[in-house]
Design a binder for this molecule. Structure first.
Ligand SMILES: [Zn+2]
Ligand SMILES: [Zn+2]
Length: 404
């Protein structure tokens, strides 16, 4: 990690009421041809992770309704041992994930807190997009059971694949079917602090959450003596209070204030108070949770974060909590070690391409081994002048690459 300047500056301080985006500032430029000092920004793919370090990236922090500058919930944890975990993959979040230019083979593990679309709506993008862009193996999804089988993650994924049958069948004809598979590990949503994943020095536990119906959970990630809590949608609950205590970094939702739900989201006052204070967490309640569990760093999310909403939420939080805090926006990143926690913003390309990983792509199916999804009737409609127009280009390309 090459954060010497800012980490020294921020060590142990992470801005007392730092609900702000760090700006590029500070340092001394020593030569007109030399480099500038650290810019308080993270450029993906330019920094090694230390063995005992976690990099946590907010790839979605918003709401179910679409907004161009804020996708729905998605956090990516990158660990010093090379493991990466997606916690939720909410609608729109894959554009932020893709801009990190991480090979899709490294993005094969997804943990779902619950099955609202703002927490898994972009699974389709990860599934099909990753399949076309270099993932060589099936996706692995972990998520809670429901109170009945049809409310659980396995049911959701089984029927997700059925809904995308046309997509899968047409891709299977030209690509290996292997990366298009999804394996599901379901676990009991009522189990408290139960291990749902344990491999390679990483433990992930789940906690019940109180949100809209039975099923939702929060996760605790433990690695290298560090504890990161990824809170899903919930009203503050006793399980989080007990087991998220003393986390290095604790994420918990904090929802829009009831007046803002009325003013900006068009909700009735009755609906606003029910949604904002009964199945989600108000800013005051969020602050109370953080004052109780005392993480090294607290992260609030799950609202459209603009000046007015941010300030209104911060005012509420400060009534009950004044410790280290980020009110997250998309592309915020935290580097977490025993010594320090730094918060920065990511600078990444809008026009990122997929990056190949180390694994060779699996072989496509042999010709004739699967029924052709295009019928003779449809094939007979090909417009010949178009074939003729492209023929010289096609022939040249085939010759160059030795294709039949
Ligand atoms: Zn939800
Ligand atoms: Zn949500």
């Amino acid at each position: 990690m090459r954060l010497s300047v800012i980490t020294a500056f921020l060590a142990g301080t992470v801005l007392p009421i730092a609900a702000m985006i760090l700006m590029g500032a500070g340092g001394t430029v020593k030569s007109p041809t030399g480099t500038a000092p650290d810019r308080y920004a993270y450029y993906p793919g330019t920094e090694d992770l230390d063995k005992d370090e976690i990099r946590l990236i907010a790839c979605g922090t918003g709401l179910p309704a679409a907004r161009r500058d804020q996708a729905a919930t998605c956090f990516l944890a990158e660990l010093g041992n090379g493991d990466k975990f997606l916690f939720d993959v909410g609608t729109g979040s894959m554009a932020n994930v893709a801009a990190l230019m991480i090979p899709y083979d490294f993005l094969d593990k997804v943990f779902l807190t619950h099955l609202h679309t703002d927490h898994w709506g972009d699974l389709a993008t990860l599934w099909a997009g990753g399949w076309t862009a270099g993932r060589t193996k099936p996706l692995r999804v972990w998520g809670p059971k429901g109170a009945t089988p049809d409310m659980g993650t396995a049911y959701a994924i089984e029927n997700f694949l059925k809904a995308y049958n046309w997509d899968a069948t047409t891709r299977n004809f030209v690509l290996s079917a292997e990366p298009g598979k999804i394996s599901v590990t379901e676990f009991d949503y009522k189990a408290v602090n139960a291990v749902v994943y344990e491999e390679n020095g990483v433990t992930i536990r789940s906690l019940p959450a109180i949100h809209a119906g039975d099923g939702p959970v929060s996760f605790i990630l433990e690695y290298a003596g560090l504890k990161v809590v990824i809170g899903g949608d919930t009203f503050p609950n006793k399980w989080y209070i007990e087991h998220a205590a003393n986390a290095d970094l604790a994420i918990h939702e904090t929802f829009l204030t009831p007046p803002d739900l009325v003013r900006l989201y068009g909700q009735s006052p009755g609906q606003a108070i029910a949604v904002g204070t009964q199945i989600h967490t108000s800013p005051q309640a969020f602050g109370k949770v953080m004052s109780k569990i005392k993480p090294r760093h607290a992260v609030g999310y799950h609202f459209f974060n603009e000046q007015a909403t941010h300030d209104n939420i911060l005012r509420g939080v400060l009534q009950t909590y004044t410790g280290p805090l980020s009110l997250a926006v998309d592309n915020m990143v935290w580097n977490i070690t025993k010594e320090k926690i730094t918060e920065r913003m990511i600078v990444s390309p809008d026009q990122a391409w997929a990056v190949n990983g180390p694994n060779k792509p699996p072989k496509p199916p042999a010709r004739g081994s699967l029924p052709d999804p295009i019928s003779d009737f449809i094939k007979a409609g090909r417009w010949q002048p178009a074939e003729q127009a492209q023929a010289p280009m096609v022939n040249e390309f085939k010759k160059e690459h030795g294709l039949p």
